[in-house]
Write a protein that binds this ligand. Sequence first.
Ligand SMILES: C[S@@+](CC[C@H](N)C(=O)[O-])C[C@H]1O[C@@H](n2cnc3c(N)ncnc32)[C@H](O)[C@@H]1O
Length: 227
Amino acid sequence: MQKDLIKSSFSSAAETYDSVAEIQNLSSYELVNLIEAPKISTVIDIGCGTGNTSLELYEKFPNAEYTFCDLSDRMLLMASRKFPKKANIICCDAESYEFKENYDLAIANLCVQWFDDIPKFVKKIKNHCGEFVFSTLLDKSFSLYKNCFDIPPTFDYPSAERLLNSMGEVKKFKTKSYSLEFENFFAVARYFRRLGANLRSTKEQPAVKILTKSPIILDYEILFVRV
Ligand SMILES: C[S@@+](CC[C@H](N)C(=O)[O-])C[C@H]1O[C@@H](n2cnc3c(N)ncnc32)[C@H](O)[C@@H]1O
């Protein structure tokens, strides 16, 4: 996956992300509730974005030491400005970065779907943390949205089964669905631009006709995992 494109897309959305991150915030809430470790002194938030997951965590673990990790320096800046205490910063591609420290908890909310190899990353980060919780988009995401096109775009999000079977021991998982309704296709495009998550199609698409004018439902299917 082209990390430079992912980075520039999220960097240009750093200031608008919070105004549209409703689903991401609901997902943060679910993910934080999946944590089991009772005592957490050190946390790394991978793909921290503007820091909303860490803010949610801070309510539970205000005394922990926080490390923010993201590809985008502008996202990291937003996260540091908002956070009530000083956090360590790692600006990197978490997939290729050699983590040096160990953490009681690693958390990644709606970030790993941008990775090339999720199971490989899970194996790597597990060597550096006591507990890892993450959420990611599943193959059923955007199925209603895809129906809006005569030639539907294709995305390569994995099925829950494929992903869970390709990892080592999974301690707990759950799935949840969310949806947003938009007036028209332009509103969907604006939403993605503000979020920085321009939807990637896995193949070059021929020109497509939009079949549905309104409303357009954007449906998310999210997997939450603790390993
Ligand atoms: C959808 S946002 C989620 C942000 C945040 N976790 C939240 O819940 O609001 C995804 C974030 O992951 C970051 N990201 C994507 N690929 C990454 C990678 N390979 N390494 C580090 N961060 C990455 C993006 O820059 C972006 O800030």
